[in-house]
Design a binder for this molecule. Sequence first.
Ligand SMILES: N[C@@H](CCC(=O)N[C@@H](CS)C(=O)NCC(=O)O)C(=O)O
Length: 279
Amino acid sequence: MTLTYETVSENRSFGGTQGVYRHQSQATGTQMTFAVYLPPAAEHGKVPVLWYLSGLTCTHENAMTKAGAQEWAAEYGIALIFPDTSPRGEGVANDDAHDLGQGAGFYVDATQEPWSPHFRMWHYITHELPELVFGNFALDRDAQGITGHSMGGHGALTIAMTLPERYKSVSAFSPIANPSESDWGRKQFTAYLGDDKAAWQRHDATVLMRERGYPGEVLIDQGASDQFLDLLKPESLAQAMAARRQPGEFRLQKGYDHSYFFVQTFMGDHIRWHAERLA
Ligand SMILES: N[C@@H](CCC(=O)N[C@@H](CS)C(=O)NCC(=O)O)C(=O)O
């Protein structure tokens, strides 16, 4: 079944098209907005896809406008998908804090009230949105990679380690690396998943790295001057990678903070990393 959507905007960008689209999501029970960048190569056939999951407070728009990704995606002939970070709207549960509720879905399927009716971002990202985009755009379903920033880096790593046969490349920018041991994680997992910490484990990149790792190489960039280092806990993930002998690169970038100036600086490296592995 081809899922339907409406076009919000389409703009020419580096010879390709940056589109923003909206659809009625069955997963979240809300309207969801997402962005797709199609490189010029998509005019001639299906192209590989890089999913980009965004961080706290973001919509589909932050990375689309601030990450500087389109120029690289055009050069390497790879499409980009920028989903939203949560369901939104008046009938959707929310919290005054910026790190819970709307804009902070944490890429899990909530099991607890009041979040469970709409906060089903794992299902949305791994099932519903793929059905929609592969049914409607010139995208190669067999060539998918995934990346993200902060909360989105957490999402990218946990999704790739859970579904490695689907996501053939993975990277992350300053991921929330060990959420079950951090205030960026404990509060949200308690709210969305409940008190049973066993339910948290499959959403913790450090735990997944210890237990299963990723069959390919993993690229992680982390700003060494990131203002959120205590919350992100990169050392936990780095230790887990070393203990497992996980192939890949974990790079601490001197002087860089958590902002999109950091993300845009290394975006070219990440798109090249994915394009080489999805070719
Ligand atoms: N405002 C929050 C942090 C929010 C934040 O830095 N969000 C990051 C992801 S974790 C982001 O990408 N913000 C949107 C942007 O920079 O465009 C705080 O100070 O604690």
